[in-house]
Design a binder for this molecule. Sequence first.
Ligand code: NAP
Length: 316
Amino acid sequence: MICSKFIRNTNQTKQFGDIVLDYREDTFAILEPYFQPELPQSLIDKFGKWAVITGATDGIGKEYAKELAKRGLNVVLISRTKEKLVAVTTEIENSYKVKTKWIVADFSKGKEIYEHIRQELTGIPVNVLVNNVGRMYDYPDELCKQPEDLLWDIININVGAVTLMSRLLIPEMKKQGKGAIVNISSGSELQPMPLMAVYAASKRYIKSLTLAMSEELSEYNITVQCVTPLFLVTKMNLYSKTVMKGNILIPQVQAFTRSAVFTLGKTNETTGYWSHGLQYFFMKLLPEWLRMRIAHFITKQMRKEHLSFQAESKNS
Ligand SMILES: NC(=O)c1ccc[n+]([C@@H]2O[C@H](COP(=O)([O-])OP(=O)(O)OC[C@H]3O[C@@H](n4cnc5c(N)ncnc54)[C@H](OP(=O)(O)O)[C@@H]3O)[C@@H](O)[C@H]2O)c1
């Protein structure tokens, strides 16, 4: 909507002052969801009491679990490592006095794991699902240089988990007549990303799936939100020292997630964080072919940075 407005502006040879005013309006529209007042209803009243979060022991998933628990929701955490699950659920129980449960599951293992998750969730009325788990390459590089197993894992984790976890939990939400599904995509869905090709393609799948699910489920009072973060300081980006330093455009994960959870129930499409919203808006003004060239330039720089760091470490 914002982009088409921009195109209209340029076609109609508007005065410079009008365009500046329109930009100001657009900027307010982008920033509004991050700064508007709290919802009149609590998340529990609006959606329900139990949340499931995938990939919940680190990064965004762990912070979602904590933010939801802070708002009184009971949380079920799913990821691969039992010790980390025990540590995070204990921390949450001690801090927020909510019920917790953990489930060990490896989403790279294909569809067999969903029966195990279904059994573990028996009797728990789940209304909120955060499809967060995701896998990137170890560092940006060409598709043909990625191990076959890693590519298959990325497809199972980034595409399979969001699809089958939603399928598993939607019936309970429909039965209860309310619920929310949060799908964590990525700003990389905005254009194809050379050197991160499979990752970005999987995130575009999530965007498309989410928009369709949102329409399918609106008549059942189920919110489906697509969150498209840009770069954040999490261990997924350990390959880049520049990203891990963080800055105003690359926030710390706690600040990001606090803001992203704040938008739940207010908007169905968000980057989650105000400075990501602005970056996304300005990138979207460019044609896709140009965005892809810029993305390629950035991923090449990241690969170079990573390889020179590796070479330095070997020599020292
Ligand atoms: N970080 C960013 O800059 C960024 C930007 C945009 C979008 N995102 C998206 O945000 C989501 C979370 O990213 P993050 O940066 O927070 O990741 P992260 O810090 O690497 O954390 C990943 C979490 O997922 C779990 N996990 C990894 N592989 C798993 C598997 N096969 N099965 C089950 N659990 C698994 C990990 O725990 P265990 O290792 O114990 O299993 C951990 O809890 C991803 O979907 C990512 O694509 C991230």
